[in-house]
Design a protein around this ligand. Structure first.
Ligand code: ADP
Length: 593
């Protein structure tokens, strides 16, 4: 239908004119009849009817489309209103024209109280500039713009939103409205805020902790310096006290040894023996205290060498056998009949065996002491068993503690320092071993020490030496104290030709006049010059460059020996010394077998 009247436009115009004429001049039908032919009028009437029908159809179509549009519009409004985002249109003057439900629930204000108002009245004043800038950019570029601002409502204070602004100058021209999409980003902002608070807090915490650590470090540094100072003072004190105690012991032990040999009267010999044993005990205690103090102030450095453990065990058992026999105890050694080699520290091992056997003898009144050694895989097991007084169950844990004398309360006759087992434990631990004790009160005790065992490297002899007659060899003793030089002379006077110098000048004069084969040099000569100074001068004399010298001194702390060796001495012996000790050193340096 529409095509028909569209294409024949001229015809339509003509017909239309005829129809209009007919309507306006219908009363004057004769006039019309004159003007138009009858067939034309007929055809015109038909056309009108057709057009009428077409219009009716068109009107139906329109109604249908309108109904459809209304449905679409309803849907759109539904989506628009209930969208989880805010939609708002704002005119070019900034006045809100429409908003969806999201916006009024966001602002907690009725929709009607929003429309008609400038949008800026809902934006926090600090942020209005951001908003207007965003509008301006949209206007200038025609592209949608995003910005974040704070809106505020009467009830809820401030709400962070993201605005996406578009609409002006893009498709709709300058006079269209701004279309603004509003996203609630309060949650995101809160998380961001929390994160930044947390970061700030974290920084603060780190700052606080760092300054606290710095404070602690400073404090520790101060403490360390103080401890080092204290340790130095302690070491010096130990060196002095050791010197002071050892010097008189030289006299006590040495002269009682001589007296024991020289005296004829049995009573006096007994007295001399008592002096000797008291001196020995004093020396043992002194050594224990010094050793303990050393483990307190410095690290124990191991001097590992391959040695025959059987020899050490036999040595120690020989040392304590007289004491055990005197108490009527049987002393058994098992496993030491043949060599048992281990890579270990001789001094520490000796101390361990010594202390354990010493205790076994000390705390046993009847029965026996058994020392056994055996290899257990990679370990050396040293077991000391006694049938002595035993240790009470509730006391057994205390025995390795410093000064832990559990028998002290109930057996007054057992006197000791309470340091022996502490040292044994420390030495065992330092050598990567372990120590166990099992005991039955009143029946006896068993100590088991397990130490790592290594393959033999060098066999070290620990047997004693007897002095040999070497009268042709000349020895110069430089010593200011009469007690000491007399003792040394009595120890070696039979074997060597001995001269004594009591001071620096005397020593140099004698060395100049005679040719000595060896020098025994005291360090503290009671004057400005030390034994080290004397030796330095003697070494300048003809033929003395390589003459062996032994430092004989009461400076016996760890490290002292190295100092003396570095200053030109060939060996070192600490006071008080035994006859064997000094002779062994002399023989070694003079190559006497
Ligand atoms: P002390 O110098 O007192 O012997 P130790 O450290 O060597 O110090 O020993 C600590 C304590 O352990 C001793 O006082 C003693 O009570 C107990 N003790 C050690 N060995 C034995 C043993 N073989 N039998 C019984 N008690 C022992």
């Amino acid at each position: 239908m529409s095509e028909d009247y569209g294409k024949n436009t001229d015809k339509f115009k003509y017909l239309r004119q005829a129809a209009e004429d007919k309507l306006s001049f219908s009363e004057n039908e004769s006039e019309i009849a004159k003007k138009y032919k009858k067939e034309d009028i007929k055809s015109l009437l038909h056309e009108i009817k057709v057009l009428q029908a077409a219009l009716e159809i068109q009107s139906d179509e329109l109604d249908r489309v309108q109904a459809e549009l209304a449905g679409v519009y309803r849907n759109f409004i539904n989506f628009y209103d209930n969208a989880p985002l805010g939609f708002m249109s704002v005119d070019v003057d900034g006045i809100i024209k429409t908003v969806n439900n999201f916006v009024d629930s966001l602002l907690s204000v009725d929709k009607h109280a929003i429309t008609g108002k400038p949008f800026t009245s809902f934006i926090s004043p600090e942020d209005t500039e951001i908003y207007t800038e965003c509008l301006r950019k949209n206007y200038l570029t025609g592209k949608s713009q995003k910005c974040e601002v704070r809106l505020f409502s009467p009830e809820r204070k401030k709400i962070y939103v993201r605005l996406t602004i578009s609409g002006v100058n893009e498709e709709f021209g300058e006079n269209s409205d701004y279309k603004i999409i509003i996203e609630n980003i309060a949650l995101q902002k809160r998380s961001e805020q929390m994160l930044s608070d947390y970061e700030e807090n974290l920084e603060k915490i780190i700052e606080e902790k760092t300054s606290e650590l710095e404070r602690i470090n400073k404090f520790l540094e101060k403490e360390k310096n103080y401890a080092e100072k204290l340790s130095r003072v302690k070491t010096i004190f130990l060196a002095n006290i050791s010197h002071e105690l050892r010097t008189p012991l030289v006299g006590i032990l040495g002269y009682s040894e001589i007296l024991m040999k020289e005296l004829k009267d049995e009573e006096y010999v007994k007295m001399a023996r008592r002096i000797q044993s008291s001196g020995t005990r004093l020396l043992e205690t002194l050594n224990l205290i010094l050793d303990f103090a050393k483990t307190e102030t410095e690290k124990i450095t191991l001097n590992i060498e391959s040695l025959n453990v059987s020899e050490i065990v036999n040595d120690v058992s020989d040392l304590f056998r007289p004491m055990a026999e005197k108490k009527g105890l049987l002393m058994k050694v098992t496993g030491a009949g043949k060599p048992v080699y281990a890579d270990t520290d001789e001094r520490l091992l000796r101390q361990i065996v010594n202390n354990l056997v010493n205790n076994a003898v000390k705390y046993t009144n009847t029965g026996s002491i058994e020392i056994s050694i055996k290899k257990e895989g990679e370990m050396l097991a040293l077991v000391v068993t006694d049938t002595g007084i035993g240790i009470m169950k509730d006391k057994i844990d205390n025995i390795f503690e410093e000064y832990g004398q559990v028998s002290a309360g109930y057996h007054k006759e057992f006197i000791g320092s309470g340091l022996g087992l502490t040292l044994v434990k420390r030495y065992t631990t330092v050598m990567n071993g372990d120590i166990k004790v099992s005991s039955e009160y009143g029946k006896g005790t068993q100590f088991t020490v397990r130490l790592p065992l290594k393959v033999e490297k060098i066999v070290k002899s620990v047997s004693g030496i007897s002095p040999k007659k070497q009268l042709s060899r000349k020895i110069l003793i430089v010593e200011d104290e009469e007690l000491n030089y007399s003792l040394i002379r009595s120890f070696i006077g039979d074997s060597f030709e001995v001269s004594i110098a009591t001071n620096f000048d005397n020593a140099l004069a004698l060395a100049g006049q005679n040719k000595y084969d060896l020098i025994l040099m005291d360090i503290n000569l009671g004057s400005d010059e030390t034994g080290v100074d004397v030796l330095r001068e003697i070494r300048e004399l003809d033929g003395y460059k390589n003459v062996p010298a032994i430092a004989v001194t009461a400076y016996s702390l760890k490290g002292d020996k190295d100092v003396f060796i570095r200053s030109g001495m060939n060996d070192y012996v600490s006071k008080p010394f035994t006859k064997n000790e000094i002779i062994r050193k002399i023989n070694k340096l003079l190559g006497i077998k």
